[in-house]
Design a protein around this ligand. Sequence first.
Ligand SMILES: [Zn+2]
Ligand SMILES: [Zn+2]
Length: 252
Amino acid sequence: MEFSSEEASYEFYKSYSKKLGFDIRKAYRHVYKNSNEVLDRTFYCARASKNGKDKREVNVKCPRAQFRCGCPAKMVVSAHHSGNFRVMKFVVEHNQVLSTTRKIHLLRSHRKITHAQAARGVQVISSGVVQGHEATMELLNEFGTVSEYMITPYRTHHVNVITYDSSNDSVVCSCRKFTFAGILCSNVLKVFTIKDVLKIPDVYILKRWKTNAKVGCAPVIRIDEVRDPKEAVAVKYQDLCGLSQQVITWAS
Ligand SMILES: [Zn+2]
Ligand SMILES: [Zn+2]
């Protein structure tokens, strides 16, 4: 079996996998050193090989289920001197249960977003209303550098008002999530997206979320380990200082 190009062989394996109900991925390929032309290419069932060890394992409470199961199914195509790609190896067997027809569209390589869906993602309407698939945003007021938006999440009547000042990238949302939780709500992120603010301003990333969060914190010494009463008072004072620092951070 031959294909006119590497891409054509990929399209073939993709449509084959769609009919059978499995996901695929492009694996390794070899190229000619000088010309960078493709020598051969392997396409795998997406569940081929095994997931590597998660290095964050110690911090993860509910690790994600292993997706890869060492499935042997694959197709290898190799460049022929005629310019076509020939199938050199084709393993049909899978070691996982294949998807049913109804669920095939959920597999990564067979997901397709229509133009209509893409357009609905962020649709700017001339009236000043921006409609996303999960919320509607309306421009209420604009005076100078300050803009006021109203966001209504999809299928709810709950309204949030966001005031954004482009002169200093300051933003206030009526839900006050930043005040209580120290993180920005999704409404504010929507406004940032509309306003082309691609990086969250530093003032909205509290020290507690940064890698240097613990820098400046005093080491913990248990008070019952200290025998000298004067030293115990000092340790107690140090503890209280640490606690007050945390309270200040929470309040900020
Ligand atoms: Zn498989
Ligand atoms: Zn909010």
